[in-house]
Design a protein around this ligand. Structure first.
Ligand code: URA
Length: 433
């Protein structure tokens, strides 16, 4: 088989066979296919797309390029959640303990952040002592003992995806529906869960900017999951402004804990986390209707059981659970700077992507994958779409390194103000199953 022929076929709009796709994925993982040929094929796929059969074959080939986690020894329907990534998205920290407290084993592998979006693993790293990279045995022990397991990817899962994702990142070939589908679903299938809820972000702060593209991506991932016997459902959610008030690792732990303790219950972040958790309970088989699942979610937040799971899980994985009740034990910033509005107006839009990039400049996110984060820095957003600002009102509180220079204008430019009141937009756009 020659890579040249694969590239030529795809360039001309033809379809690749499962054998050709498997040859490529294996070769990419083992280093026997040169990067320039993989890059050329990736670009051809971006332009010409892939059929459902090709997408399925690529998903399987990437899944089979590395280890697979076997969770069959743990009783129950193991449920996972994946989000395509957004600014301030800490739903994983909130829903994991909730789902476990409702009796469904919640098994999630998460990533580190790169660029304007944060990664769940980095948020957990803000809890002193917490082990965020578990072996498969440690992952299973956490799941068996606390009902919840969440770790950076363990073992050698989908090395073909690791290789191809790194190439996509530098060749402007990330935004392709079949490539995103195969990348995400290969890792999810290798992760060993029986059911998966997808949160596909749509809007200015997301990979998929339009509802049509988000719907196509959601449907593509649902099709692949179903073809492999997974119980799967996708929510398409709006990602324009940041989710919640916190951007930055320790701050996001604080906001998650506050929600698990019953605060900010009507916020989009809480509502989205509770809905995703409820969908997981339905797929996990402990509720037959969404309303029943939502009642269970509300009950474990109100009676403190979800927070108890979070404390137990933290302790089990070596973390200091006291930091969840005393935030002064979390990493602290070197200085706090308030940014006040200079113009009056109603907030019509907040540029989540730009705020994510400002958070990255503060040290909360990575510009390149080897950057070391400052877990105590970040941004607290003290306004929101639909709210009014008057000159002198604090719009942002910046948690920065000591001596860092903060440009208030860069933050204020993230707000779109207008004289007339604005309507807050719904966070849930559609569901796909
Ligand atoms: N996340 C992934 O893991 N892969 C993609 O291709 C895009 C987002």
């Amino acid at each position: 088989m020659r890579m040249y022929d694969l590239i030529y076929t795809k360039k001309m709009g033809g379809a690749l066979t499962p054998e050709q796709i498997s040859y490529w994925a294996r070769g990419a993982a083992q280093g026997t296919v040169p990067d320039e040929q993989s890059a050329a094929l990736l670009m051809a796929i971006c332009w010409q797309g892939m059929t459902i059969d090709e997408t399925l074959a690529l998903t399987l080939a990437m899944r089979d390029s590395g280890d697979r986690v076997d969770l069959s020894s743990i009783p129950g329907v193991k449920v996972d959640k994946h989000s395509t990534g957004g600014v301030g998205d800490k739903t994983t920290l909130i829903l994991g303990p909730i789902v476990a407290a409702c009796g469904v084993p919640c098994a999630m592998f998460s990533g580190r952040g790169l660029g304007h979006t944060g990664g769940t693993v980095d948020k957990y790293a803000a809890i002193p002592g917490l082990k965020v990279e578990l072996t498969v045995e440690e992952f299973k022990a956490s799941l068996r003992t606390t009902g919840f397991a969440n770790s950076a990817q363990t073992g050698d899962i989908a090395p073909a995806d690791r290789k191809l994702y790194a190439l996509r990142d530098v060749t402007a070939t990330v935004e392709s529906i079949p490539l995103i589908t195969a990348s995400i679903m290969s890792k999810k299938l290798a992760g060993g869960s029986d059911a998966l809820v997808l949160d596909v972000k749509s809007g200015g702060g997301a990979f998929m900017k339009t509802l049509d593209d988000s719907r196509a991506l959601a449907q593509s991932m649902v099709n692949v999951g179903k073809a492999h016997g997974m119980k799967i459902k996708a929510l398409i959610t709006r990602m324009d402004e940041p989710l919640g008030w916190a951007i930055g690792n320790a701050l996001e732990v604080m906001e998650s804990v506050e929600i698990l303790k019953g605060q900010h219950g009507s916020s989009d972040l809480a509502q989205m986390s509770f809905r995703l958790a409820a969908e997981m309970l339905v797929l996990g088989g402990v509720a037959t209707t969404l309303a029943e699942a939502q009642a269970k979610v509300a009950a474990v937040v109100a009676n403190g059981q979800a927070m108890d799971v979070f404390r137990r899980w933290t302790t089990f994985n070596g973390g200091e659970a006291a930091a969840l009740d005393d935030f002064s034990r979390l990493p602290q910033p070197g200085q706090i700077v308030e940014i006040k509005a200079t113009q009056p107006g109603h907030v019509h839009a907040i540029d989540g992507r730009a705020l994510g990039l400002l958070g990255m400049e503060l040290g909360a996110g990575r510009k390149s994958k080897d950057d070391v984060l400052d877990l105590g820095v970040g941004i607290a957003l003290l306004t929101g779409v639909g709210r009014e600002l008057r000159p002198g009102d604090t719009a942002f509180r910046i948690y920065a390194k000591k001596g860092a220079r903060i440009d208030p204008e860069a933050y204020l430019q993230c707000l779109t103000l207008a004289p007339q009141p604005a309507q807050a937009q719904p966070w849930l756009l559609e569901t796909v199953e």
